[in-house]
Design a binder for this molecule. Structure first.
Ligand SMILES: Cc1cc2nc3c(=O)[nH]c(=O)nc-3n(C[C@H](O)[C@H](O)[C@H](O)COP(=O)(O)OP(=O)(O)OC[C@H]3O[C@@H](n4cnc5c(N)ncnc54)[C@H](O)[C@@H]3O)c2cc1C
Length: 386
């Protein structure tokens, strides 16, 4: 079968990118070895934000553009239809805890300097915005009202439907096995476990498996060292709680990093970077239950009306695997040495799916690297010109 572009990987990145390719009139085929959004896109925290990306200016602006594109998509199609909750995020600090308080104040200044709205909240504001949380008198908060949270598998389903409406094809349970290229290294398509697919351009959006997929498809073992680390994270999803028990995404570094938001199943989704550090070595069920129990107890300290560890047996525990590029920033662009091969591998892919999907569609279609994408190309990596 002949297409203009083949996209490998049906996570949020691949599906969204494929829909933007089809929007540009390119005959696009997406292939996914399992089901759509069954990898990292199904197991993550789904916080759409630029508020935690303040170090590198270009990367901040890329994420802010992702946030703004969700705003536009919600306006165009409706927030519920795309699976978006635009409620905003609150960082919780204590004025009596100088380190976290000073850090949050610096973050507020930095975000406002970057043009990303961040507003300081006193404890009375917090009590008004989140009436069920038990705030202490010295609590204060930083509100980033443009942050959002997403039902990522739902959004991927929305984009898949959009791709099909625009004439694209989707093959599930179809694994890409080998890149087909002519003697000059020019891409001709893919050999898959369902037969050959022909196209002059192939885009890999294979998440944490990118190094192994690149090596397998090209036959070059050196790609197994592609600079992406796999970093696991634990997600605890509680059974449904009272409506509006929590309204925003809330995060804090007080007593260890901890974050939660009202999930789309009516429960709470809870995670913690500190806990993630403790599951790298041990992911046995007993250890995960112990860590989840600690998170639920902590949650109850914030919200006395919440069941705490008593609901542990009714919670869903899952582990997601981050594709974490070594310098922390997205890798998106043409793969040097293989004419017609492109790649998108990133953390924060929920936030970045619309912006990377769209910018990469411009690159694949026109051959020109859009300015916003230029800092994230493969040329910065060792062995690719970096
Ligand atoms: C714990 C955790 C918390 C996170 N929190 C956030 C957050 O708050 N905000 C945010 O923006 N991001 C967050 N992320 C990151 C975000 O989830 C990911 O960046 C995003 O889901 C990546 O999507 P993807 O499409 O690149 O990868 P995936 O969803 O993994 O999709 C890749 C797909 O490629 C398929 N594939 C692989 N090889 C082949 C092949 N040979 N042939 C066919 N198909 C193939 C796989 O089956 C898979 O479905 C978090 C991640 C984790 C783990």
């Amino acid at each position: 079968m002949q297409f203009d572009v083949l996209v490998v990987g049906g996570g949020i990145i691949g599906v969204t990118h494929a829909a933007y390719l089809a929007e540009r009139g390119l005959k696009t085929c997406l292939l996914e070895r399992r089901g759509l959004a069954s990898g990292t896109s199904a197991h993550n925290f789904s916080w759409v934000n630029a508020s935690t990306k303040t170090t590198n200016e270009a990367y901040h602006h890329l994420n802010a553009r992702g946030v703004a594109m969700y705003h536009d998509l919600a306006k165009q199609f409706g927030a519920e239809r795309i699976g978006l909750n635009p409620a905003g995020a609150i960082e919780l600090v204590r004025t009596s805890s100088p380190t976290t308080y000073d850090n949050a104040q610096q973050t507020a200044k930095r975000l406002n300097d970057l043009g990303y709205t961040a507003r300081w909240l006193e404890v009375d504001d917090l009590r008004h915005l989140e009436p069920n949380i038990d705030f202490a008198d010295d609590h204060a908060g930083l509100l980033t009202p443009d942050d959002k949270f997403l039902n990522a598998p739902h959004f991927a389903g929305f984009m898949a439907a959009r791709l099909k409406n625009l004439g694209g094809e989707i093959f599930e349970n179809c694994a890409a096995l080998e890149l087909l290229a002519d003697d000059n290294g020019k891409v001709q398509g893919l050999r898959t476990d369902q037969g050959n697919l022909r196209a002059p351009r192939v885009v890999l959006a294979t998440g944490p498996d990118t190094p192994q997929t690149l090596a397998a498809l090209t036959g070059f073992d050196g790609f197994a060292k592609f600079p992406i680390n796999k970093v696991p994270g634990l997600l605890v999803t509680t059974p449904p709680v009272a409506k509006n028990l929590v309204r925003h995404l809330v995060y804090t570094d007080l007593g260890g990093e901890f974050h939660f938001f009202p999930d789309f199943n009516g429960g709470l989704r809870i995670a913690s970077d500190d806990v993630d550090g403790r599951i790298i070595e041990d992911q046995t069920p007993g250890h995960l239950h112990h860590l989840a129990s600690g998170l639920l107890t902590r949650m109850q300290e914030f919200i006395p009306g919440f069941a705490g560890a008593d609901c542990l047996n009714d919670c869903t525990l899952s582990i997601g695997i981050r594709a974490y590029p070594e310098d922390g920033m997205s890798i998106a662009g043409a793969v040097p040495g293989a004419d017609g091969l492109f790649l998108i591998a990133t953390h924060s892919g929920v936030t970045l799916a619309p912006v990377l999907g769209n910018l990469m569609a411009q690159l694949v279609d026109t051959g020109q690297v859009p300015d916003e994408l230029a800092p994230f190309g493969l040329h910065r990596l060792a062995g690719f010109g970096g």
